[in-house]
Design a protein around this ligand. Sequence first.
Ligand SMILES: [Fe+2]
Length: 385
Amino acid sequence: MVTQVILPRILQIGEGASQQLPQVLASLGCSRPLIITDKMMVKLGYTQTIQDCLAASGLSADVFDDTVPEPTVSSIQAGVAKVRDGDYDSIIALGGGSPIDSAKAISILGKFGGVMRDYKFPRIVNELGLPIIAIPTTAGTGSEVTKVTIITDESNDEKMLCVGVGFMPLAALVDFNLTLSLPKRTTADTGIDALTHAMEAYVSQKASLYTDGQAIAAMRLIGPNLRRAFHDGTDKHARERVMLGSTLAGIAFSNASVALVHGMSRPIGAAFHVPHGLSNAMLLPAVTEFSIPAAAERYADCARAMGVASEQDSTDVANSKLMAELYALNDELEVPTPELFGIDRDEFFRLLPTMAEQALQSGSPGNNPRVPSADEIIELYKKLW
Ligand SMILES: [Fe+2]
């Protein structure tokens, strides 16, 4: 079997990596960047820090800061217009997954025109848009190293999955310093998202030896450090490991796909506006329990990599420890149930058939070691209550 691996051309990893932006731009032959970010990054001063860093090298950059969480077709329109009317040679995508996902869409639409629906899966977008230098501030969605973006069509609440090398950033600057002041809730949600990426890539039917290595390394970094980062955001040791783990998990799932957790998570996000990492966290224990019988050894490897089971533990013992850990982690990271989050129970149950259908249509459940029927997906959703 041949595995295709797609990565950014440059990965700059470690404390202070974001300050090396001018050199990275120069090495890519870029000098007229547009910063794409959100209002929070401006408010927290991150955008100014990047602009100061550019100014010290004689560069300046315009800013588009109107990206929103869970980006939609209309939320990126003004950014597309700015790229079309401007004379930019690159995009600096600064922020969590949403600004980076928005930047990917703007890069393609700004250069090639059309509407987002034209680019949605199963089309593979191989066109190269405006070069993107991604600077993630969460750990994370992994968007800085994935060839995927998700843009919601607000006319029908569809989360359109768009895939192809055209969406891969040309460079990513992975600087854990930018995560030191992340709020606890964001640390937890994005951290569990990253852990889910690693686990799903490892058990995916599209896993390869290459992605296995990245996924296991990611679990080793995230498993013992996520609680530490959650309880003490200034813990640099933990932040550095969760950040790198998130990037490696991104590399793993970008090349091995995600599976049932993500497939079931997107419809919850679209219907009830639950943050992506949080809906993953709600689903991870139940979906793992459902999937273990089809990939028991693989899940036992996950438990060992996360540091909750030992090499001496049998597969069954390791998997019991894995399940206990997933419940304990949700508890300690204060993951709410759908009810506590504020989802209306009747509405949730009414939408179950639609959500199950959307989950199956996304293709992700087909990568799961145990491929569920629509009825089984509905039963899994019910277990969240
Ligand atoms: Fe995710």
